[in-house]
Design a protein around this ligand. Structure first.
Ligand SMILES: Nc1nc2c(c(=O)[nH]1)N[C@H]1C(S)=C(S)[C@@H](COP(=O)(O)OP(=O)(O)OC[C@H]3O[C@@H](n4cnc5c(=O)[nH]c(N)nc54)[C@H](O)[C@@H]3O)O[C@H]1N2
Ligand SMILES: Nc1nc2c(c(=O)[nH]1)N[C@H]1C(S)=C(S)[C@@H](COP(=O)(O)OP(=O)(O)OC[C@H]3O[C@@H](n4cnc5c(=O)[nH]c(N)nc54)[C@H](O)[C@@H]3O)O[C@H]1N2
Ligand SMILES: [Mo]
Length: 648
């Protein structure tokens, strides 16, 4: 059988000089900065000149600094005149932001990392933090050491679940039934926090009616989790003095991701586990600065400081500061921009530090749409698959070691990053490149350094006003909100909900009576296996950055199956099989994981040049947040004819 043991991922060349597509040969050729910038700017001007400002879209980099994201969204809004700006938040935690904002008015996680060390219960729901958030997980381990209990809710018995007191191995896409059964059990056992519900929430009766049919035994049938384990989680969560409910993509990357998030928030409202030290909600964010990118306004519906574009007073403030008229409507999000490419409404894209040709669900469709653009400019540190499709490729510095600035982590903590090494070749800072393009398109922008950008942001974002670079150094990072230069706010959000004085309590937090809605890509006789996709500790996203080092510890892509399924399909470890979904097919070797359950398979997204997992996934999007259902596809596996071995 074909063996893949020694496969190593593709290494991407670091970009050291600009590239421009030669019209005669169709090839990307080395160009001077002047040539590349002129060509990039001319293409943007041509597209918007012919089709209007909304024919332009910007993808902003969640690996880069806050300052870069601030300048990027300002470029879209001020230079190009559109709110079409977004980032990778759309593919991961947009449902968390949408759900939290709808309930609390703010999209940030409510607690701090340190609070998991000082709590009584940690619930890791759809999160493999041991692999994907190893720094946060150190705090979790300290919490367990300090006596906290931990529960894990995940279809797979993950490395995170290994540390838990109880693992609830649910069927993919059944989180709402599970959460509703937990809620019903809490209500029926008289463990709901009536005082908190009465004083700080709304919509309890409607919620109680919605969860009423979800008895433990009904939920057991739908979720696959034993009734006793559901009951145990309900009692542990409701009776804990303090509890942290943490979630990630197992909750959000579904066609109903925002509803899933609401189902979890409901549990915190039911028990009062929010707005106090040690009790809160932690959506552990994805890329190192995806929180900051959104905070800086690199999203289509918010201006910097998470201020709503639809609010006229906010718009006037920014219009005055930026000397521009801001469109009084939300722009297109990343998902909608891809749909607009298909329909010919979006003609030019400026893609900074994103690799959508490999990270979007249904990659064949995504590549076709990118190819249909009149003008694609990619600004990256490596020659990615997306860059290979571009008209102009601009080499940037790597934010994490070659630039100055700040980033914001998932506990809302803004921290300094500093330039440690010089960039290779002719690579230039992201902010400088954007300003060069702005100058060619009529705005004479020049920032002396990142601090000047930051101070401009501070002047128009009350949540950041108190964070001078000096104070960020002094306090080793500061969490937002930080409206004053004199004091620091509590490390957790929404303490107002507990205020004795109703006038200080602010708006009530509404329960969300959401309904179960199973995955869109149904399993059937032809596609009997549920495929879920995710991450491993040793690799990063589409592998562009992590692919550049070779490690004997790292295995490439596999289709992971449980031993029973391997036997059922007559396949053995390392055997190459064809994996097919309703959208595409790939060939991958088999890995046997006893942590999976029958009918469930797992693949990563880390080695798309070798095995393009996203050729299989479905672009079924959450209507509220636009996030695709990466976590639930239907597949089948087929044995390959013996002659196929020859290819390896
Ligand atoms: N090492 C490493 N770390 C990373 C990354 C990386 O690529 N590599 N990427 C970063 C990014 S961008 C992000 S967004 C985060 C993501 O961090 P995580 O969300 O923790 O990572 P995933 O592995 O994508 O998914 C988490 C878990 O969801 C489970 N799951 C699947 N379907 C369901 C379901 O229906 N219900 C429930 N409850 N769970 C389900 C999966 O089995 C998986 O264990 O990680 C960040 N950190
Ligand atoms: N099947 C499947 N697909 C998924 C997911 C899944 O769970 N399953 N998860 C989704 C999620 S959560 C995410 S976040 C996306 C990730 O999707 P992407 O963001 O498209 O993928 P990355 O590989 O993280 O690409 C980031 C790019 O930024 C570049 N970069 C890094 N630093 C800098 C810098 O300082 N400046 C510039 N200009 N560029 C820089 C890197 O070289 C890289 O090309 O994938 C999504 N796709
Ligand atoms: Mo992400």
């Amino acid at each position: 059988m074909a063996r893949n043991r020694n496969r190593q991922p593709r290494r991407y060349p670091r970009l050291t000089h600009p590239l421009v597509r030669d019209p005669a040969s169709g090839e990307l050729r080395r160009a001077t900065w002047e040539q590349a910038l002129d060509r990039a700017a001319a293409g943007f001007a041509a597209a918007t000149g012919a089709y209007g400002a909304d024919a332009f879209g910007m993808f902003s980099c969640s690996r880069a600094t806050n300052e870069m994201n601030y300048v990027a969204q300002k470029f879209a809004r001020v230079v190009m005149g559109t709110n079409n700006v977004d980032s990778c938040n759309r593919t991961c935690h947009a449902p968390s932001v949408a759900g939290l904002s709808a309930v609390f008015g703010s999209g940030g996680g409510t607690s701090s990392y340190a609070e998991v060390e000082d709590t009584d219960l940690i619930v890791m729901w759809g999160s493999n933090a041991r692999f994907a958030h190893p720094i946060f997980f150190q705090h979790v381990l300290k919490g367990i050491h300090n006596g906290a209990r931990m529960y894990a809710v995940d279809p797979r018995r993950t490395s995170t679940a290994e540390w838990a007191e109880s693992w609830l191995g649910l069927n993919v896409g059944t989180d709402i039934p599970l959460a509703h059964a937990v809620g019903r059990e809490i209500i029926h056992s008289g463990l709901a926090n009536r005082a908190f519900i009465d004083r700080a929430t709304s919509g309890f009766e409607e919620y109680a009616a919605e969860v009423e049919p979800w008895t433990l035994s009904v939920a057991e049938k739908v979720t696959g989790v034993p009734a006793a384990a559901i009951r145990d989680l309900a009692h542990a969560y409701a009776t804990a003095e303090r509890a942290q409910l943490c979630w990630t993509l197992g909750i959000t990357e579904h066609h109903n991701g925002t509803d899933n998030v609401r189902a979890l928030i409901n549990l915190s409202l039911l028990t009062g586990h929010v707005g106090r030290h040690g009790s809160g909600l932690q959506p552990l964010r994805g890329q190192n600065n995806v929180q900051g990118g959104g905070d800086m306004g690199a999203i289509p519906n918010r201006l910097p400081g998470f201020q709503d574009i639809l609010d006229p007073a906010t718009r006037i403030k920014f219009e005055t500061a930026w000397d521009v008229v801001i469109q009084p409507r939300y722009g297109l999000n990343l998902t909608e921009m891809f749909e607009a490419m298909e329909e010919g409404r979006l003609r030019a894209v400026y893609c900074v530090g994103e690799n959508p040709a490999q990270s979007e669900a249904d990659s064949e469709q995504a590549i076709r749409r990118l190819k249909a653009l009149d003008h694609l400019v990619v600004q990256d540190i490596f020659l990615t698959k997306t860059a290979e499709l571009a008209d102009v490729v601009l080499p940037a510095t790597a934010a994490w070691c070659e630039t100055d600035g700040t980033t914001t982590n998932s506990e809302r903590r803004v921290q300094r990053v500093r330039k440690a090494v010089n960039p290779p070749g002719e690579a230039r800072e992201d902010i400088d490149i954007i300003c060069e393009l702005a100058r060619r398109l009529g705005r004479d922008w020049k920032f002396t350094d990142a601090e000047e950008v930051w101070n401009e942001l501070r002047s128009i974002s009350p949540d950041h006003f108190g964070m001078t670079y000096e104070r960020l150094e002094e306090h080793h990072g500061i969490q937002w909100p930080c409206p004053s230069t004199e004091r620091l706010e509590p490390s957790y959000l929404h303490g107002r909900l507990w205020a004795a004085d109703p006038a200080l309590r602010g708006p009530r937090a509404p329960f969300g009576p959401v309904k179960h809605d199973p995955p869109v890509d149904l399993t059937d006789e032809r596609y009997p296996i549920r495929l879920t996709t995710g991450r491993r500790l040793d690799s990063y996203n589409t592998g562009v950055q992590s692919g550049s080092f070779a490690s004997p510890l790292r295995r490439g892509e596999y289709i992971e199956l449980c031993p029973e399924d391997a036997e059922r399909y007559g396949v053995v470890a390392d055997e190459e099989v064809r994996v097919a979904s309703r959208r595409g097919a790939v060939v991958a070797p088999v890995w046997i994981d006893p942590g999976l359950r029958p009918g469930l398979a797992f693949m990563t997204m880390h080695f798309p040049d070798e095995v393009d997992t996203n050729a299989l996934t479905i672009e079924a999007n959450c209507p509220i947040a636009g996030t695709a259902e990466f976590k639930a596809s239907a597949i089948r596996i087929e044995k390959l004819p013996v002659s196929a071995d020859v290819r390896s």
